[in-house]
Design a protein. Structure first.
Length: 516
């Protein structure tokens, strides 16, 4: 056959593959407010750089009438290209073709792209939009993907975007990746759907209320980022990638933000209230210290007493972990501990320095938290911090009490440098809690209630002025440098520069046993 005829046939087959199961299916996808897999891929990659792999793959099932329905691609678009000039691998499930269901060849296409990403040391992004496992092809298809997710964990960044349905066993592939994005109103994740729940438990709930972006970003903590549209979701993924390296072998690329590394900010002096019980928003400190407009918060609506996110300091990517006194006074509960512990480990996987801003009065007290397992959850945070070998810098803003202080970073837990504002209070507990224990005899010997109260106030003042000061902590070498609030930024940047070549190695072992 002449070359021109062969080329014409190739063009026709490519057009057939791109059309999937027809325009009707594409129109239905659009009517539901969702882009098609190919439209998402086209928006995600730099123009003209995407190379599609396995375009002509077809399922091999010959039962249940499936032999008559064998569209090209088998319900998933896979390939690689450039995103802002960087190589990224992608798989995008195509709901317009076989409902994006996962069969053997569909799974193999995804696994192949993940293996390629591992060999090339480049991030892999999954755009999930699937009706679930393909019943006609039996069980086990998802297990191949799970296996690759696990083998790839900590090797290259894995990012999942739920851009439609993700149900049953299929939810565990995104759950095994580093970050999950969802689109509000059009995406959902659940193991058991509303119809089965009603049948089995008699509970009635909508798909969005059960597994939409809102419950997963506020209650379960499964979702890291929420977008309003498919387009915004893809742009947010691109933004996240700028803070991450290509693999564990690299460091994130420096991006010149134009912000003066020596910049100071006198407004920081006014952020912390004079009243030690007064609340303030820790975001005010973070956003004024880091490079302007670079703070990118992770899980912003989940466990609000804990702030996690990426930012830049002098153009370099850093991970921020901070208590927020606006919620539970900044206390650590089970969810906050999980949130921070996971983020510590993610930063450490990809060579991103960790900076903690501390204002923590302790672990959140209560029967509910104890029975929920605050001991176990809090231990995850401790483990994640000590295990990390990246540069670790601590800035104590106000309260740093007890075991919760340790979870936010201390010298004994491997912090490289400890800074503190003059407002810092570093102690086992606050004066109000410590005085009744330390001065019980003096309080009991008071002749009446009025005298007892006078003794209590006197001892509280003594405790605050003697032990609850950054100077006492510095005298015990718990704090390295007491800094002026307005100079926080240049101090942090200087510390990062000092630690840029840090190397820390642990004794040989197979792996530690994190208290999951």
């Amino acid at each position: 056959m002449p070359m021109q005829d062969l080329l014409q046939k190739l063009k026709e087959q490519e057009e057939k593959a791109r059309l999937g199961e027809g325009q009707k299916a594409i129109d239905k996808q659009h009517a539901e407010g969702r882009l098609t897999a190919r439209e998402r891929v086209a928006l995600f990659f730099d123009k003209g750089t995407f190379v599609e792999m396995d375009m002509f793959a077809q399922h091999g099932c010959h039962d249940f009438g499936m032999e008559k329905r064998r569209p090209y691609g088998d319900g998933v678009v896979t390939g690689y290209g450039k995103v802002n000039g960087r190589t990224v691998y992608v798989y995008a499930q195509d709901f317009t073709v076989l409902g994006g269901t996962v069969g053997t060849n569909h799974a193999e296409k995804i696994c192949n792209i993940m293996r390629m990403a591992a060999r090339a040391c480049a991030p892999v992004v999954g755009l999930v939009d699937s009706g679930g496992g393909r019943i006609q092809e039996g069980t086990g298809t998802y297990s191949f993907i799970f296996s690759e997710n696990i083998l790839l964990s900590g090797v290259v960044p894995q990012i999942s975007a739920i851009m439609g349905n993700c149900a049953g066993g299929g939810v565990y592939s995104p759950a095994l990746t580093d970050f999950i994005f969802m689109v509000d109103g059009t995406s959902q994740m659940f193991i058991t759907g509303p119809a089965v729940l009603k049948q089995v438990t008699n509970e009635e709930i909508s798909m969005q209320d059960l597994g939409g972006a809102r419950p997963h970003s506020t209650v379960s903590g499964v979702c890291d980022f929420v977008a309003k549209t498919d387009e915004e979701c893809l742009n947010l993924i691109k933004k996240l990638l700028t803070y991450l390296p290509d693999s564990y072998r690299d460091k994130p690329k420096r991006i010149d933000t134009g912000d003066d590394p020596g910049r100071t900010d006198d407004s920081l002096i006014e952020v912390v209230p004079d009243n030690p019980r007064g609340a303030y928003d820790m975001h005010q400190i973070i956003t004024r210290v880091v490079d302007k407009d670079t703070f990118f918060e992770v899980k912003p609506a989940f466990a609000k007493s804990m702030i996690t996110g990426f930012a830049r300091l002098n153009g370099y990517s850093v991970g921020i972990v901070a208590n927020n006194p606006m919620s539970y006074a900044g206390s650590l509960d089970c969810d906050a501990s999980d949130k921070a512990g996971r983020f510590y480990r993610t930063c450490d996987c990809f060579n991103i320095p960790i900076i903690t801003f501390v204002d923590v009065p302790g672990y959140l007290p209560g029967v509910k938290e104890e029975h929920k397992g605050i001991i176990r959850h809090g231990a995850k945070m401790l483990y994640g911090y000590r295990e990390a070998t990246v540069p670790k810098i601590v800035c104590v803003i106000r309260k740093a009490y007890g075991g919760a202080q340790v979870a936010m970073g201390t010298k004994s837990m491997g912090a490289d440098i400890m800074f503190a504002w003059p407002t810092a209070e570093v102690a086992i507990m606050g004066a109000d809690g410590a005085v009744p224990l330390l001065y019980k005899k003096e309080l009991d010997e008071a002749p009446d209630k009025e005298a007892r109260e006078a003794v209590r106030k006197q001892k509280i003042d003594e405790y605050k002025n003697t032990f609850n000061t950054p100077y006492y902590a510095a005298s015990r070498q718990l704090i390295d440098v007491i800094i002026r609030p307005q100079e926080t930024r240049p101090y942090l940047i200087g510390a990062l520069d000092l630690l840029k070549d840090k190397v820390e190695e642990f004794p040989g072992r197979k792996h530690g046993n994190i208290p999951l």
